[in-house]
Design a protein around this ligand. Structure first.
Ligand code: LGS
Length: 452
């Protein structure tokens, strides 16, 4: 038997983006502002004062971008819908022009044999809802389900894979606990409330989908394995807290119907008691779970807010430009843990990728084509695909891989300083140049991963 990787038949090869990071024109065609538009225009919040006002101008260049996907041979494309383009006030009146934008995009994807994976919420909450408390307002579960209904009615059938939330952990940790992301709050009391309403909203949107939709819906989480820095009891306890906080806080309620007990220990008096019916709403049968994986952390006991843990930098480790350790084995470990803990639910890797310093797309090869040599990204992707393959071989039901990201784009509060794309974007001319990693990934797709 050869050792060449064999990915399951039907394994979907794709790439991912998110609305606010690529579209630009946030207020075009009657859209309302989102918390990210507001946040980016608040002095001091964004590195270099960058905003998503233009981004990759995908709102105007979507057709060319789909053509590019086709040329690269992508079989699937994961994107998100901007809630405030569809419902400018977050609820109530539907903005048909906003809906038309995504409807055209979906048609164009299908015409090019690219399967759409649609995320309802990738962090750009309508500002009008933030004014009513945003994720702290219990009514948001109904607002979110109503928004979902508008999209299910318009697109289900053409879209067959739906995602409720992208990374609820980041929404609360960045948006409500530490404040580095929109809406920029810093509160130990708010974070557990926002988390819980995110999960109620997830449950309500899945429930609404079952009444209208006929295909698949799931949740996307960012998870990373936590390894102890030493064999001390203190570090073991730190790992337990960090693991519960990041990896179980959302998957446990969504799939098992309860929170891990460590959260009470971490948040203390700020951890509320919730009524039993909330857990019933949150725990809806899912068709798949999406996992976003970037790195691991080697964890020790330390003084930190509110977890009392720290991350130990690895002297021999390799780090990406965002300072995250490259650790492919962690993805295999995580996938095995997922199967062991939650059973045989289908999994998609809904994001994986890295920012590295790419030379500008100025060099020209022997055929006169512009080239961006990005060997570190290629190496990162190759190793992570290998790690996914190891998990498949060990019996995890992994159905596809969405590379983060199709294009260089707005990396949230880090602005345009970090490039995750397999396609280089010149932000002055908006020219797209596939990097070497994109050409390599095309070949991986063409050979169904046999030539990793
Ligand atoms: O652009 C985002 C990517 C890039 O890296 C995307 O919108 C998000 O869904 C996702 O969070 N993304 C991302 N996450 C990596 C998080 C790693 C955190 C490591 C912290 C170690 C100290």
């Amino acid at each position: 038997m050869s050792d060449a990787p064999v990915f399951p038949e039907g394994f979907l090869w794709g790439a991912a983006t998110a609305a606010h990071q690529i579209e630009g024109s946030p207020l075009a065609d009657g859209a309302g502002p989102s918390i990210w538009t507001r946040f980016a225009h608040t002095p001091g919040m964004m590195l270099n004062g960058d905003t998503g006002d233009v981004a990759c101008d995908h709102y105007n260049r979507w057709k060319g971008d789909v053509k590019l996907m086709r040329e690269l041979g992508l079989q699937a494309y994961r994107f998100s819908v901007s809630w405030s383009r569809i419902l400018p006030e977050g609820k109530g009146r539907v903005n048909q022009k906003g809906l038309d934008f995504y409807s055209r995009l979906v048609d164009e994807l299908l015409a090019n044999d690219i399967e759409p994976l649609l995320t309802l919420y990738h962090w750009d909450l309508p500002a009008a809802l933030d004014d009513r408390g945003g994720w702290l307002n219990p009514d948001i579960a109904d607002w979110f389900a109503d928004y979902g209904r508008v999209l299910y009615r318009a697109l289900d059938g053409r879209v067959k894979k739906w995602v409720t939330l992208n990374e609820p952990w980041v929404v609360t940790d960045g948006g409500y606990l530490h404040g580095a992301l929109a809406p920029g709050h810093r509160s130990r009391f708010e974070a557990p409330i926002a988390s819980h309403h995110l999960m109620r909203a997830h449950g309500a949107a899945v429930k609404a989908y079952r009444e209208i939709g006929k295909h698949e819906i799931g949740l996307v989480v960012n998870i990373e394995p936590k390894y102890p820095a030493s064999d001390s009891a203190e570090d073991a306890a730190a790992v337990r807290r960090a693991h519960a906080y990041m990896n179980e806080q959302y998957l446990h309620p969504a799939l098992l119907g309860h929170y891990p007990p460590e959260l009470k220990e971490i948040f203390g008096e700020a951890w509320p008691e919730w009524p039993a019916e909330d857990y019933e709403l949150i725990k809806q049968p899912l068709d798949f779970v999406g996992i976003n994986y970037y790195t691991r952390s080697v964890t020790k006991a330390a003084t930190s807010y509110p977890l009392n843990t720290g991350v130990v930098k690895q002297p021999l480790g390799t780090y990406t430009e965002t300072g995250w350790e490259v650790f492919p084995q962690g993805l295999t470990d995580l996938l095995l843990w997922f199967k062991q803990t939650y059973g045989d639910l289908p999994v998609y890797i809904t994001e994986n990728g890295a920012a590295f310093f790419d030379p500008p797309a100025a060099s020209v090869d022997e055929n006169g084509n512009r080239r961006v040599r990005d060997p570190l990204r290629m190496d990162y992707l190759r190793k992570h695909l290998g790690a996914i393959h190891d998990a498949i071989r060990a019996g995890v039901d992994i159905r596809g891989y969405m590379l983060w990201s199709l294009l260089d784009n707005l990396e949230w509060s880090l602005g345009y300083s970090k490039r995750f794309g397999m396609v280089h974007v010149n932000y002055v001319t908006q020219e797209r140049t596939p990097k070497d990693s994109a050409r390599w990934y095309s070949e991986v797709i063409r050979t169904h991963g046999r030539k990793l």
